[in-house]
Design a protein around this ligand. Structure first.
Ligand SMILES: [Ca+2]
Ligand SMILES: [Ca+2]
Length: 505
């Protein structure tokens, strides 16, 4: 792996950050923020965005899972709204989360693949990045991220506490988050050593610790609006769950899927997954832990008397993985979709999304509104009454949530992925264009699917619809801009490129 250029990024102080915000936001808007912030009896809703890691479209019982149930998440759907046409930002963790937090798709946001920083962390976002966290801080919200960050190594300009969050508890590094019994977690800027996981010990189960801090954040901020970004680590590999959950599923999914991983030695807990002889049981157990934690979180909102004033959104950062022994086909984790994590076919990016807000979002409702992660920032901006950044790619889906008229949508959704020789995809209405091996053959003909007739993308009908292919290709050229990070730039020369981009080649 090429080490990203963390050294080039300037250090940024809080003062500089404030000045940046002041430059970005018109004075009138700041005045509005100040008025809202000072208003007594603040009734603005709390926002909790729960992100599962590598959970497929079909991994919830309310989404068709038949091998185990997810009663707490199902309850969110039963009393809220299910989005049936929602897409993640990307097909792996880091770019998906970058799109979520910046409101930009992967043709515009900086991070467009997973890029590792050793020994801990991933490619940082540039210091002047404006995130959903910043937007809510400016609007007077207390902001916290709990779980997995993955968007900037410790010491970089893109640590959570520099990227719009007042509170952070969890893993900075998504690679170290492969381990459910890590040696340490970050508590704001402090490494909190987990002595219960000393040596080969497995006493401190990270999701329990993260859950505890998440609930504490809700308690601590119950009297003022807060934004909780709960980036859970389940059900990403390694395939580990506590024994009390394993016993519920052991022997139920035979024959089991066994995995031999790294269980000791110098590379232990540095990225490689631990062995799991019962990965089927472990998968159901992991999703079950996640579901119970969400149930507990909702119960906490009710206990605090703030459930009615809290919008809860649940989604997943990409499609199902095939790692650490997990067999997504056994569970039909991708539902009707083709492919898995790292694909830009539906299985890689078509994800579950549930939104719940008692009294505001219609119970047991469903929408086919076409939306993606980069629509979340403008939606939340809309909700709290601030303008999204001018270069945001998304469109607010607040009208859909509240059952109001006037919902609009992006003309198309676009993804590019700078791993696996480069991949790009575009969705326009029912049409979906996909191109693989972009680095090798950037001008190859797009594969074309009609998702209404062919949700599993079985029949490439590109030859029958040259005018649609041409249109989608034009959209792709329009949607793509060069990332400043070299490893996220296309290799081959592309047809139809103009100006600086063509000259650079
Ligand atoms: Ca993921
Ligand atoms: Ca399937």
């Amino acid at each position: 792996m090429t080490p990203p250029e963390t050294q080039d990024l300037p250090c940024e102080t809080k003062l500089q950050r404030c000045l940046t915000m002041l430059r970005i936001l018109p004075t009138s808007m700041l005045l509005i923020f100040a008025l809202i912030s000072n208003a007594s009896g603040d009734e603005r809703p709390n926002i909790i965005y729960i992100l599962a890691d590598d959970l497929g479209y079909g991994d919830l019982s309310c989404q068709g899972q038949e091998k185990f149930t997810t009663p707490n998440i199902d309850a969110l759907a039963a009393t809220g709204m299910r989005f049936t046409q929602h897409y993640s930002g990307s097909t792996v963790c880091a770019p998906s989360r970058c799109a979520l937090l910046t409101g930009k798709h992967t043709g515009h946001c900086v991070v467009r693949g997973n890029a590792e920083v050793k020994p801990e962390g991933q490619q940082p976002m540039p210091a002047d990045t404006l995130t959903l966290g910043h937007l809510l801080q400016t609007a007077g919200y207390k902001t916290g991220i709990f779980g997995k960050w993955g968007l900037g190594a410790p010491g970089s300009a893109s640590e959570p506490l520099l990227m719009g969050f007042d509170r952070f508890y969890g893993y900075n590094c998504q690679r170290l988050a492969h381990h459910y019994y890590p040696y340490f977690l970050w508590n704001d800027r402090q490494r909190e050593i987990l002595w219960g996981n000393f040596g080969l010990e497995e006493q401190a189960y990270a999701p329990d610790l993260i859950q505890e801090q998440t609930l504490k954040f809700l308690e601590d901020n119950q009297k003022q609006p807060f934004f909780c970004y709960y980036a859970m680590i389940q059900p990403h590999a390694e395939m580990f769950a506590p024994e009390e959950y394993m016993v519920k599923y052991r022997g139920k999914f035979l024959p089991e899927s066994a995995y031999k991983g790294t269980d000791g030695g110098p590379n232990y807990r540095k990225g490689g997954y631990g062995s799991q002889p019962e990965s089927h049981a472990a998968f159901a157990a992991m999703v079950s832990v996640m579901d119970d934690d969400i149930g507990e979180l909702i119960a906490k909102l009710e206990e605090l008397g703030i459930a009615d004033n809290t919008l809860v959104i649940f989604s997943s950062d990409n499609g199902p993985h095939q790692e650490g022994g997990h067999d997504p086909d056994y569970f039909n984790s991708n539902g009707l979709g083709r492919g898995h994590k790292r694909d830009l076919y539906e299985g890689g990016i078509h994800v579950p999304m549930i939104a719940n807000w008692a009294g505001k979002i219609e119970a047991a409702s469903e929408t086919a509104h076409l939306s993606a992660f980069w629509d979340v920032l403008p939606t939340i901006a809309d909700l709290v009454g601030v303008a999204p950044p001018h270069d945001c790619d998304g469109v607010s889906f607040l009208p859909t949530l509240l059952g109001k008229e006037g919902q609009t949508a992006s003309e198309y959704l676009y993804w590019e992925f700078h791993e696996r020789k480069g991949r790009e995809a575009i969705r326009w209405g029912d049409w979906k264009g996909v191109r693989y091996n972009v680095d090798q053959d950037p001008n190859s003909r797009l594969e074309l699917y009609n998702l209404r007739n062919d949700p599993s993308e079985n029949s490439n009908i590109a030859t029958g619809y040259p005018e649609v292919v041409e249109k989608l290709d034009r959209f792709i050229q329009e949607a793509h801009s060069e990332s400043p990070v070299e490893r996220f730039q296309w290799q081959g020369e592309r047809r139809g490129m103009q100006g600086a981009e063509a000259k650079r080649k």
